[in-house]
Design a protein around this ligand. Structure first.
Ligand SMILES: [Fe+2]
Length: 124
């Protein structure tokens, strides 16, 4: 997965975090089987902070569709935790599969929910 300029939401900190997210997903899609657990742990730690930051912005700004956005984040974190647990039980091939799923998810999520959040943050 590589960063594309149209992923940018004209919000410097959000875009920086999203660039890091894309780089970590890319790494997960390429690492050797013995490095999948570490790549997933790093992605999970980053994603937890990334979503917590967006939630703080939503709370601070009174973002109307906050619950919907936060629910979607929670589902992603939950599946990443499950994938990490399964990978630890010796299923490293899942890393590549989840990286592909996350790429599709991110493109869709950034273009809709994060774009709406960034537009809302610019207004308030
Ligand atoms: Fe988001």
């Amino acid at each position: 997965m590589e960063w594309k300029e149209h992923y940018a939401q004209d919000h410097a900190q959000m875009d920086e975090t999203h660039r890091e997210f894309v780089a970590l997903v890319d790494r997960l899609s390429r690492v050797k089987p013995e490095e999948v657990v570490e790549a997933l742990e790093e992605l999970l730690a980053h994603t937890g902070q990334h979503f917590a930051q967006e939630k703080a912005w939503m709370e601070m700004s009174g973002f109307p569709p906050m619950l919907c956005h936060v629910d979607e984040h929670a589902r992603v974190l939950d599946s990443l935790e499950k994938v990490l647990a399964m990978t630890r039980q010796n299923n490293p091939g899942l890393g590549r599969i989840v990286a592909r799923e996350l790429e599709d998810w991110f493109i869709q999520h950034a273009a809709t929910m994060d774009a709406a959040l960034a537009a809302h943050l610019r207004q308030v």
